[in-house]
Design a protein around this ligand. Sequence first.
Ligand code: SAM
Ligand code: DTB
Ligand code: SF4
Length: 346
Amino acid sequence: MLACETLGGDERVGGMKLSCRTDWNLDEIRAIYDRPLLELVYDAATVHRKYFDARKVQVSELLSIKTGGCPEDCSYCPQAARYHTGVKRHGLLDVEKVYDFAVAAKKRGASRVCLGAAWREIRDNSDFDNVCEMVRKVSDLGVEVCCTLGMLQQNQADRLKEAGLYAYNHNLDTSREYYSQVIGTRGYDDRLATLRRVRKAKLTVCSGGILGMGESISDRLEMLRTYATMETPPDSLPINTLVPVEGTPLGEKQKQEETKVSIWDLVRMIATTRLVLPKTVIRLSAGRLERGVTDHALCFMAGANSIFTGEKLLTTPNPGEASDQEMFALLGLEPKEPFQELSHHA
Ligand code: SAM
Ligand code: DTB
Ligand code: SF4
């Protein structure tokens, strides 16, 4: 039986050193993932408490600042122009409208506002000038601003940093091997190149994946290995479970049944992430609507420490603030203040 030997300065699980490691291989990560469930959760909860205040959960709000009409073919995404999903398209929102949303989000207790655009990549045009203006104004409110705008070049990452951006979200979504089954219009290396530029601009990196797209457990863990072996791993890692949307290739009814993610697989993935990336904020992202408070409690125990709240993610439904507040009260959790993320490059 694998045992958690020490969780002091040099944490080990099953004899494997945990912290400050960037040399993980898949077998080691798999050995952690396959541990007896309650042992795994206990160790993850213990490591979580070493680096974080486990009563604090970051509450973020999402706003789609440009919706639909995306030229990419991501087979999960309701915003890809080529799928008929009924998503109402709109061009870039006005700066004022975004600012008003952020003011309201802050009042509701959010410490991070994430602005998403259905772009393949950023272009140097007036829309990007306006996004920089949004970032400037929302940052001045004292909340963390995150953008997810697709691929970017170095000068664009630098401009976002200069405008006050705190984080950039750009997901690898799955393993390199499975990626081409999900997306054909760009490659894994394009994603990695953007992440390097984000890091170089000294922005914090938010990068994670989606479970439930038909990938194997090995694909999930291989994605985790990619993150854990980066010179500087992500500051935050969103774990989404697929929100099946009719009209997308992955939204087909039959596939949904086959690929539904069990709470146990989700908890194992969160706990394993907590153990191999002890300092990373883990965001329990898309796919919360079907999960009850008991499921959420297990995820928080396993090391998740962030959620997106509000009735809508970018285009799909999500639990609203009222039910999240009720859940926080029940579980004794509190929203985290902004700018207290452990940054690997600080
Ligand atoms: N266009 C940009 C990009 O692809 O990076 C930013 C927006 S994109 C919608 C942000 C992330 O949302 C994707 O990387 C994916 O992980 C997640 N996502 C999109 N559709 C989803 C779905 N149906 N279920 C779960 N996650 C989804
Ligand atoms: C992330 O990993 N999940 C959030 C955020 N980053 C941008 C987005 C989830 C989107 C789910 C599908 C939608 O609402 O359109
Ligand atoms: Fe476009 Fe992003 Fe959706 Fe892919 S995930 S189709 S890039 S909006």
